[in-house]
Design a protein around this ligand. Structure first.
Ligand code: ATP
Ligand code: FE2
Length: 325
């Protein structure tokens, strides 16, 4: 089966075709002229590039498409509606089924596809989301998650407060390379995390005269240690022995290193997919759409309303069985 996947939840409008492997991937990222991502402007960007990006993907793939998958949520409402409209139109025009893919689950599934791990604990760290998940009894269960903002948004907001361009994550990673540690608030409550206090404290530290390098380093060390702690506890509680890292923040080499060290110390396997599959991309939607199609999880156009608050643990994972069953 060959599935076209359309992603457009936030900053990237991207289309891909997935068969036994990735056939092609085309993206048109939205880069805000200043400040963060404005939902309406991102949607206008998506609308202006949609037909071009999708046409490129279909042309490169050639031949028949068996289904059209799209991100149905979570994400920014106006952006979600552009991708959904494009997907519905194509599904009707080509006469093929429509598949509504949960964006968070797609981040997880492309990681599972790439790593081939059988039953991993997943650290999903991105702009709006930070969750530690594992598959159990037909659903991705969230063992712990951020109680306020996503780690990526915390990094981006801190960067923006210092007039650095969006997205701030990669710039902070770079500045952190020459920094040294200063204490910042570390917030883990049970299995949950919080980042907004850390972000405010980082802003205050620079206002008091700490260098950007030191604050970026300490921001990363603190936030990543919080994520690693919850991931480690999820491993301990579930008895699983594999960890994968997914989502845009997963591109960070220091986060990968810290998770790798924790896993090595516990005798667990660790792997992260390459950058192409970390940040938002059409490939993850096309791949998840493909495995959903094979499990019969298609939807009629009348049920394809987008859901900006769609959670990963609301999805009935019809395409997977528990390990060992
Ligand atoms: P979500 O999946 O929550 O909807 P998203 O759709 O906004 O998130 P992603 O592409 O998954 O987007 O993640 C984007 C985030 O990743 C941004 O906040 C960005 O700063 C962050 N990011 C990208 N590269 C790095 C890096 N090298 N280090 C840290 N953060 C990074
Ligand atoms: Fe994402």
């Amino acid at each position: 089966k060959r599935v076209l996947g359309i992603e457009g939840t936030a900053w990237n409008f991207s289309a891909a075709v997935f068969a036994d492997d990735l056939v092609c991937l085309h993206s048109a990222p939205y880069v805000p002229p200043s400040g963060g991502i404005h939902p309406r402007e991102a949607a206008q960007h998506h609308a202006s590039v949609a037909s071009d990006v999708i046409r490129k993907a279909l042309n490169e793939a050639g031949g028949r498409i068996d289904a059209v998958a799209f991100s149905i949520g979570p994400g920014l409402g106006p952006s979600l509606r552009i991708a959904a409209t494009a997907a519905r139109t194509l599904s009707l025009k080509l006469g093929v089924p429509l598949i509504g893919v949960n964006h968070c689950v797609a981040h997880v599934e492309i990681g599972r596809w790439y790593t081939k791990f059988a039953d991993p604990i997943v650290l999903y760290a991105s702009g709006a989301n930070t969750q530690v998940l594992g598959f159990l009894n037909g659903k991705y269960r969230i063992f712990g998650e951020t109680l306020d903002i996503g780690l990526g948004n915390a990094l981006d907001k801190f960067a923006r407060s210092h007039d650095l361009p969006h997205p701030g994550g990669p710039i902070i990673e770079d500045l952190a390379k020459t920094g040294s540690y200063i204490p910042l608030p570390y917030t883990v409550k049970g299995m949950d995390l919080a980042f907004s206090g850390l972000m405010s404290a980082a802003k205050e530290a620079t206002m008091r005269g700490a260098s950007m390098e030191d604050v970026c380093f300490s921001f990363q060390e603190t936030a990543f240690a919080m994520c690693v702690e919850v991931t480690e506890r999820a491993l301990a509680h579930t008895g699983k022995d594999e960890v994968i890292l997914v989502g845009g923040v997963g591109a960070n080499a220091r986060l990968q290193e810290m998770l790798g060290i924790m896993c090595a110390e516990r005798g667990a396997k660790f792997m992260a997919p390459p950058r192409t599959y970390m940040g938002d991309n059409g490939a993850m939607i096309a791949y998840t759409g493909k495995i959903m199609l094979e499990a019969g999880s298609t939807i009629p156009v009348s049920d394809s309303v987008v859901d900006p608050g769609f959670r990963s643990d609301q999805v009935d994972v019809t395409w997977r069985q528990d390990a060992g069953s």
